[in-house]
Design a protein around this ligand. Structure first.
Ligand code: FES
Length: 123
């Protein structure tokens, strides 16, 4: 399989009872965009939908979307509201909070391209 940005190859791991699992996406990123109408903290009030749309567009612009690449998805409440806005990157289950597009660029460049966790944004 050809990967447009080179360094990343699809993840694979062993699961008891199966020979080998190869993930369809290298990274699956879920952005909570949940909106609460009761005044409690929620990711939507921090601009999560706009930032998720930015991330999705940026991944596509970089040619990283699609099979073997990166999928950006919307999620409902991930139950870490007080730390929001939040996103989680699978398969590692690495959780981040972010403030702006620069934080997303850093997650894309460092984690999704280089495979290194962005420690300053971890939650
Ligand atoms: S509203 Fe985003 S984690 Fe709950």
């Amino acid at each position: 399989m050809h990967l447009p940005w080179g360094a990343i190859s699809p993840g694979s791991w062993a699961v008891p009872g199966l020979e080998k699992i190869v993930s369809y996406y290298k990274y699956h990123v879920f952005f909570c965009t949940n909106q609460r109408d009761n005044g409690e903290q929620c990711c939507a009030q921090c601009g999560a939908a706009e930032i998720r749309a930015y991330a999705k567009a940026r991944i596509k612009e970089l040619g990283m979307n699609g099979e073997g690449g990166v999928r950006i998805n919307t999620a409902g409440c991930l139950d870490r509201c007080e730390l929001g806005p939040v996103l989680v990157v699978y398969p590692e289950a690495v959780w981040y909070s972010y403030v702006d597009r620069e934080d997303i660029d850093e997650i894309i460049d460092q984690h999704l391209i280089d495979g290194r966790v962005v420690k300053r944004l971890l939650i």
